[in-house]
Design a protein around this ligand. Structure first.
Ligand SMILES: [Zn+2]
Ligand SMILES: [Zn+2]
Length: 259
């Protein structure tokens, strides 16, 4: 008598989830995160083209801080400020400019708390940068943390919501709480880089549970927006003080060079 083979319930559940996802994708339209047009992708073909041709990732940028380079700086691949006063981080990769087409989508995520935009923004990252960065020599990806108070107020950390959805290579492990942030009543002071760096000192620390794991490793830090670079510089300083070898910034949107 032939024996009947039982299909594991996990396989059935996985097949069921795939069928539902395929059905939903085929039947329900998706709104483009930039222009709002209903079609099949979270970034429509037109907006995709704008980013493909105009995205900051296409431009000659400072290897260390990600800012666009002047003609005279291109040869050295570093801006004058990084050459004169090198930050603690080693490299920076940015998807686009803060003033570009993705700014409103990021605001929808951060200020309107529309988490679906994290999915669309991460897909944009994956579409244009994931291939280039998948073989990166790093072990961990850490989001820039919020303080517990800020996390309670917002309900989520936008950098983690993005970082957890981007493709970062099999060798890279994403850790949501290895890097922690103290609450400071006074936020980053405006003014020059020195003032901002002083204001942010002591704000970040490493979760004791991960101290050994991070030592001697190359680490990626993910931030949604990079402006002066003071936050990422302080994080890189803390990571290196605790034994990290190299610190690489991955940034969704980068502001212009200050005039
Ligand atoms: Zn669009
Ligand atoms: Zn630079």
């Amino acid at each position: 008598m032939p024996t009947s083979q039982t299909i594991p319930s996990s396989t059935i559940e996985s097949l069921y989830s795939k069928c539902v996802a395929t059905f939903v994708a085929a039947v329900l339209p998706t709104s483009c995160i930039v222009c709002g047009v209903f079609q099949k992708q979270s970034l429509c073909v037109s907006c995709s083209k704008i980013l493909a041709y105009g995205g900051l990732f296409n431009y000659e940028c400072c290897r260390q801080c990600g800012i666009t380079l002047d003609g005279t700086e291109v040869l050295g691949q570093r801006c004058y400020e990084c050459a004169a006063n090198p930050p603690h981080y080693d490299e920076t990769y940015c998807l686009d400019r803060y003033s570009g087409v993705l700014q409103k989508s990021l605001h929808q995520l951060k200020y309107q708390k529309r988490l679906a935009f994290a999915h669309g923004l991460a897909k944009a990252w994956n579409q244009f940068l994931a291939n280039e960065l998948e073989d990166i020599d790093a072990c961990y990806l850490l989001p820039v943390p919020l303080s517990p108070q800020k996390l309670c107020a917002r309900g989520f950390n936008q950098s983690w919501e993005l970082a957890r959805k981007i493709h970062c290579g099999k060798q890279v492990l994403s850790l949501s709480n290895a890097l922690l942030r103290r609450h400071h009543e006074q936020h980053q002071a405006s003014g020059n880089r020195t003032l901002r760096n002083t204001a942010i000192q002591g704000m970040f620390y490493i979760n004791e549970k991960y101290l050994d794991a991070l030592r001697g490793k190359n680490i990626i830090v993910f931030d949604d927006v990079m402006t002066s670079g003071a936050t990422l510089n302080e994080i890189a300083r803390v990571l290196k003080e605790n034994g990290a070898l190299r610190v690489i910034n991955w940034v969704l949107l980068r502001t212009h060079r200050p005039s």
